[in-house]
Design a protein around this ligand. Structure first.
Ligand code: ZN
Length: 105
């Protein structure tokens, strides 16, 4: 397996994981709350947590999609801001990183 294939597999696995999780979150959000339930406040709070999760997952999915496009274009691992190579340790921790640590900070 080449480095690129390995990376693509990693990014796609994460994409699938997030897509599945988003599916579950949406199923939860669609569930209409029982109007007589005393747990409504708790449920609303839970919904807010789910919505936060939802937004975070959507943003990450977008980053992953962009990273896969860069991988296909051969520009993966190069900072989109300054064009310098992104540190390997940074990519290890954040495989969809689009910028080097200097540009991100
Ligand atoms: Zn940079």
């Amino acid at each position: 397996m080449t480095r690129d294939q390995d990376l693509r597999a990693k990014l796609e696995a994460r994409q699938q994981f997030l897509t599945r999780r988003l599916g579950k979150v949406e199923a939860n959000l669609r569930r209409s709350p029982d109007p007589d339930s005393q747990e409504r406040a708790a449920e609303r709070e839970n919904d807010e947590v789910l919505e936060g999760l939802d937004a975070g997952s959507l943003a990450e999915l977008e980053e992953l999609r962009a990273a896969l496009a860069r991988l296909a274009a051969g520009t993966y691992g190069v900072c989109t801001q300054c064009g310098d190579p992104i540190d390997a340790k940074r990519l290890e921790a954040l495989p969809y990183a689009a910028t080097c640590i200097e540009c991100a900070s």
